[in-house]
Design a protein around this ligand. Structure first.
Ligand code: AMP
Length: 246
């Protein structure tokens, strides 16, 4: 595996699979890497903690970072190139062009994190333009992110195929997330009511947690999505509803 610190070091191949990430790899990331490895000649994973998708007072500064461990895990997963750009490459001096996916980017997560999806859509388009992937891989865990990126790709005719990988959970059902590292043992127990409430379609199971939303969303596929705060940690999760008899 090579580490590319600038776009000039990126591969120039006809078939590239791209997995955009913010690092602190877990089995969710590894599932995306496996999917990409299975269908592309060359696989690029990007590691960039995108400041533009964090709001003021959010966890940008304390977001978990461990490039050494991520490098090892990416290498073991068969990634060909780990792209670790400088912020100045993604946001050059004078940067002022943003992608705003208006409706899909402003409901649910977007309503609670203004500007978040503008940051997401913009960094994704930038990464697509720099890496020029045939396919890009995203997790169903972030269902609204998938909806926003798909909408952007369709609206702006971006030549990339979006692939979605099912949510990876731990043995208790908690969706893996880099932010789970913030949870104390007690928080972790309390956090389990999130997947349980979603599985039961029953928000009353979230009793005691601060709920930002617990709502059906008309994405493809349709999901029941929720965001809660456990201690100081904000967690999101969703379950797919398509074919749901309820
Ligand atoms: P992140 O590094 O958190 O920005 O995530 C990078 C990619 O991994 C995103 O497309 C996420 O949706 C995906 N991802 C994160 N957690 C999971 C998970 N538990 N299962 C599947 N995909 C995930």
């Amino acid at each position: 595996m090579r580490i590319a610190r600038s776009a000039a070091e990126l591969p120039n191949e006809s078939e590239i699979g791209l997995v955009p990430t913010m690092g602190a790899f877990h089995q969710g990331h590894l599932a995306l890497f496996r999917a990409a490895r299975g269908e592309n000649t060359v696989v690029v994973a990007s590691l960039f903690v995108n400041p533009a998708q964090f709001g003021e007072g959010e966890d940008l500064e304390r977001y978990p970072r461990d490039e050494e461990r991520d490098t090892r895990l990416a290498e073991q997963a068969g990634i060909d190139v780990l792209y670790v750009p400088d912020a100045e490459e993604i946001y050059p001096p004078g940067f002022e062009t943003w992608v705003d996916v208006e409706r899909l980017g402003s409901i649910l997560e977007g309503n609670h994190r203004p500007g978040h999806f503008r940051g997401v859509a913009t960094v994704c388009l930038k990464l697509f333009n720099l890496v020029r992937p045939t396919r890009a891989y995203f997790g169903q865990k972030d269902a609204q992110q998938v909806a926003v990126v798909r909408r952007m790709v369709q609206d702006l005719a971006v030549p990339v195929e979006i692939r979605v990988v099912p949510t990876v959970r731990d043995e208790n059902g908690l969706a893996l997330s880099s932010r789970n590292a913030y949870l104390s043992p007690d928080d972790r127990k309390r956090a389990l009511s999130l997947p349980r409430a979603l599985a039961a379609r029953d928000p009353s199971l979230l009793d005691g947690l601060e709920v930002d939303y617990f709502e059906e969303a008309d994405f493809e596929p349709r999901v029941l999505a929720a965001a809660v705060r456990v201690g100081g940690t904000r967690l999101i999760d969703n379950v797919v509803l398509e074919g749901d008899p309820q």
